[in-house]
Design a protein around this ligand. Structure first.
Ligand code: ADP
Ligand code: ADP
Ligand code: MG
Length: 686
């Protein structure tokens, strides 16, 4: 077995050859493991950034990629980033689509998929899914269904930890079935206690109880929350550890019983038990404690026969005592920071292990795994920190990215024009910074957060900036109550957003005209319009009388015999075609018509009807163009009306059949039209 140690320059830094990516095998050597079965095609049963993360790894390894997407995700980027993409869960709600095991297996079988990567969330910790994959002959990139099952049940995982000699938080050995059991527990261990969902995740279904009086209410709430979120209300009780650090260990196992760890991540910066910022390695961690955390993790993983990537989570109390809390048997959102400090591509490793390669074959020996510098991950979400982190949705109008040395971005919807829907979680982009130590990585992160310009949806960036700029975070250690206890993190610096405001203003003026008063002291002059008098009685006879009495031919003759110049007045037409279009209504035209009838009776015609009439009357004024014609006809009986007819287009913008145009002219004449000026006839001869 030949090992290829690819040395990749990172960024443009001169001295940054520290990233030595361990690539699993050379193109021409094949692994020696007996169970080795190469993977040629991977389906990712997930969406968004994690689907894309896995596709990237597959493509790097020369593996073909398959995406699945829900109806609500038709326009999502993960669909574009795969070699093939298939719709699943037709007719189902957005989340249910990604939980539809039969559809996913069907897509895999029909398209010769060798293995399924579950990402995180959705089906990633469902043993029935791992089992369904196995039953259909598709490999599940993760631990065996039995291990997924054991780890998915927090109570069972605790029992296994106890068996492996790993310290756990004092807690109940089994799910409790009444609040009396919780009372018993509190009597023995004292308050505060915490209710936790046995099948929980993502910080949901958890309730802290500080005194006896709060017990009943919190029991009920935790139960119904767990039932709603996980379909199972089973709760267990733990002693609540005050102000702990959340430190977790990344592990990797293979099919042959080898397990290594890739050191720890500190995920203490949490809001409502959910991680917001993650750091690797944990700052100021006592090396002995680090040894205990990592060796306990490996011990537990070996004991259960853990294969593939996983995370063992611990709480560390103020005295440096550590307690196991759970195992996440999947890739985690924050796996990126471990990759940055160890230079191990965890998704590559997951796929290779699933193919049947051993960790030593992959060059993944414990003594080779070293911590290199520091990495921080910020979860940039489309949540408004000024409104209790309420998720925001809409179209991203402006997106300018942060880039440059030391910044890695993992995202799916981070681009101009992306539509953020309310259907899924609000993670927009994971920003990962790395540097030689925490202050360097933090300065890069702060710079990157300031470099982003995201408009159209609110993000939590102003809040993250406060966290990253916080002295305690930068120079000491933080615990899981950090956010709750630092209200100044919520003093958010508002963005001025000047360019966007200017664009809105200009757009508004262009469409609606200026609404501000004239910016000079001079007042607009008062106008006193002269309204011409309209004589009483019938208007004098005009050319229309000739038309009515002698018909078209007699009218034509009269025109030819006329000695002087004949005028056609377009004022009525222009009134509704010009900028005044939407201001001149039938109401106004009617007021002018009698004056025209009396004073311009010698006009050849008045042009007052046509395509623009239909457009303006129907689209803007909500008026009937036919009624306008009838009413003007009554008030202006003596002068012929003329209309502009766009040949086969009549008064529309498309070709109509001849009979429609003829019928239109017939009806127009009945309603008062006299002369049709045929303007342009784009219809080709048939
Ligand atoms: P989840 O499955 O939601 O990730 P965890 O058991 O990992 O649940 O706990 C998530 C977070 O909740 C922890 O990081 C910690 O902040 C808090 N927490 C959980 N158990 C305890 C405990 N016994 N004492 C104090 N905090 C706890
Ligand atoms: P402010 O400092 O007012 O909060 P920003 O930081 O958003 O403004 O923007 C600073 C600069 O970014 C602006 O001067 C402009 O050059 C650019 N900018 C911001 N928004 C947009 C936009 N919608 N389109 C193009 N450029 C923009
Ligand atoms: Mg957890």
């Amino acid at each position: 077995m030949v090992l290829y140690l690819g040395v990749v320059r990172h960024g443009l830094g001169m001295l940054s050859i520290r990233r030595a990516y361990l690539l699993s095998r050379c193109a021409h050597t094949s692994p020696q493991s007996l169970d080795y079965r190469p993977i040629k095609k991977v389906l990712v049963a997930n969406r968004g950034e994690i689907a894309i993360r896995v596709f990237r790894a597959c493509t790097e390894l020369g593996i073909r990629t398959v995406a699945v997407y829900s109806e609500q995700d038709t326009g999502q980027m993960h669909r574009q980033k795969a070699d093939e993409a298939y719709l699943i869960g037709k007719g189902l709600p957005p989340v249910a689509a990604y939980l539809h095991i039969p559809d996913i297996i069907k897509v895999a079988k029909e398209n010769n998929v060798d293995a399924i990567h579950p990402g995180y969330g959705f089906l990633s910790e469902r043993s029935d899914f791992a089992q369904a994959c196995e039953d259909s002959g598709v490999r599940f990139i993760g631990p065996s269904p039995e291990v997924v099952h054991k780890m998915g049940d927090k109570v069972e995982a605790r029992a296994l930890a106890i068996k492996a000699g790993v310290p756990v938080v004092p807690g109940t050995d089994a799910p409790i079935s009444s609040q009396q059991e919780a009372q018993e527990f509190a009597k023995t261990y004292g308050f505060p206690i915490i209710f936790k969902a046995a099948y929980g995740g993502g910080g949901r279904g958890m309730r802290v109880v500080r005194e006896y009086e709060e017990l009943e209410e919190n029991y009920q709430r935790a139960y119904s929350e767990a039932l709603a979120a996980f379909g199972n209300g089973a709760l267990f009780v733990e002693k609540f550890i005050e102000k702990p650090r959340h430190i977790e260990v990344q592990i990797l196992g293979d099919k042959y019983g080898n397990v290594i760890h890739l050191y720890e991540r500190d995920c203490s910066i949490q809001r409502r038990h959910q991680k917001v910022v993650e750091v690797a390695p944990a700052a100021h961690l006592d090396p002995h404690l680090r040894d205990r955390l990592t060796s306990d993790s490996v011990k537990l993983a070996k004991q259960v026969g853990y294969e593939n990537a996983g995370t063992v989570e611990f709480l560390v109390d103020k005295h440096g005592k550590h307690y196991f809390i759970e195992v996440n048997s999947r890739l985690q959102v924050e796996h990126t920071v471990t990759e940055e400090i160890t230079d191990v591509d965890l998704v590559h490793a997951q796929i290779r292990v699933c193919e049947g390669q051993s960790l030593p074959e992959l060059g993944l020996r414990q003594d080779k795994i070293k911590i290199n510098g520091c990495a921080i991950q910020c979860r940039v979400t489309t949540e408004d920190p000024a409104r209790g982190f309420q998720p925001d949705t809409g179209r991203i109008e402006v997106f300018r990215s942060a880039e440059g040395m030391g910044i890695r971005l993992d995202s799916a919807s981070a681009f101009q024009g992306a539509v953020i829907s309310p259907h899924y979680d609000s993670l927009l982009v994971k920003v990962i910074s790395s540097g030689k130590d925490l202050p360097t990585a933090a300065s890069k992160m702060l710079r990157a957060l300031a470099e982003f310009r995201i408009r159209g949806v609110k993000t939590n960036i102003p809040f993250l900036q406060n966290v990253l700029g916080n002295n305690q975070f930068l120079h000491s250690t933080v615990d899981t109550q950090f956010i709750d206890e630092n209200q100044d993190l919520f003093n958010l610096k508002p963005t001025q957003n000047r360019a966007q405001k200017l664009l809105h203003y200009l757009g508004h003026v262009m469409v609606n005209g200026p609404t501000t008063p004239i910016p000079v002291k001079a007042k607009p002059s008062t106008t006193d319009p002269v309204i011409p008098p309209v004589p009483l009685g019938e208007p004098p006879a005009g050319f229309r009388e000739v038309l009515l009495k002698e018909g078209p031919e007699g009218f034509a003759r009269a025109v030819r015999q006329h000695q002087g110049l004949l005028l056609m007045d377009t004022t009525f037409r222009d009134a509704h075609q010009s900028l005044l279009a939407t201001r001149v209504r039938t109401h106004d035209l009617k007021k002018i018509a009698p004056y025209v009838a009396h004073n311009f009776s010698n006009l050849f015609s008045v042009e007052n009807w046509g395509g623009a009439t239909f457009d303006v009357a129907m689209r803007f004024l909500s008026e009937c163009p036919w009624r306008r014609l009838q009413q003007l006809r009554k008030l202006l009986p003596n002068v012929p009306f003329q209309m502009l007819l766009r040949g086969a287009n009549a008064v529309g913008y498309t070709n109509y059949p001849d009979n429609a145009v003829f019928k239109f002219c017939e009806v127009a004449k009945e309603n008062g039209m006299d002369i049709f000026r045929v303007f342009d006839s784009p219809k080709l001869p048939t």
